[in-house]
Design a protein around this ligand. Structure first.
Ligand code: COA
Length: 157
């Protein structure tokens, strides 16, 4: 284990309704993503969990995920996306964001948290391993269907 830890100027901040401008900035600057859905209530949705890592006020890491309610009454947290800006990697920021997600999952009384990453994503796997041993780890195949507005699946490989 390395001892990488974010500097004291680093802050983990959960965002919600009213934080749209900072959330949009974080998505643009960290993921180079155009956050088209931000102004349509996405951040205010109680099932959305969005956390940023700020270094001297500047967004350098982003993680977001979703509440997944199951028919047996259990509730899971899906950590859907985790990214740290290239210039800020290997400083403990990714681990801090995953830790924050685990803490929120516990605080909300959910049953478990899960995340997907590719087997060859060295940084992703190392980061998820670094927060402590998972209760399970498996390799799955993911199928995705792009679906057009009229519900007709797009053709493709
Ligand atoms: C994955 C990612 C978020 C890690 O962020 P980070 O801030 O660099 O990670 P940390 O500094 O907190 O490192 C956490 C642990 O992973 C290890 N690690 C991080 N990057 C690594 C790499 N490229 N190779 C090997 N180990 C790595 C660190 O050494 C640390 O281990 P330790 O706790 O034993 O010291 C970042 O690399 C990233 O944004 N990658 C692109 C997006 C991505 O792959 N997201 C995750 C999968 S969906």
């Amino acid at each position: 284990m390395t001892e990488a830890a974010p500097s004291p100027a680093f802050e983990v901040r959960w965002l919600g309704a009213g934080d749209e401008a900072l959330a949009a900035r974080a998505l643009r600057e960290v993921l180079d993503d155009e956050p088209r859905g931000i102004d349509s209530g996405w951040l205010a949705d109680a099932r959305v969990h969005f956390v940023v890592g700020l270094l001297e006020g500047q967004p350098v890491g982003v993680a977001y995920g979703h509440t997944v309610p199951l028919p047996d009454g259990r509730i899971e947290m899906l950590l859907y996306s985790l990214d740290v800006g290239e210039a800020y990697r290997r400083l403990g920021i990714g681990r801090a964001l995953v830790d924050a997600f685990l803490a929120r999952t516990r605080a909300l009384g959910f049953d478990e948290m899960w995340v997907l990453t590719e087997p060859d994503n060295e940084a992703g796997n190392a980061t998820y391993r670094s927060v402590g041993p998972p209760s399970s780890r498996e390799t799955s195949v993911m199928y995705t269907w792009g679906v057009t507005g009229d519900g007709v699946p797009e053709s493709g490989a």
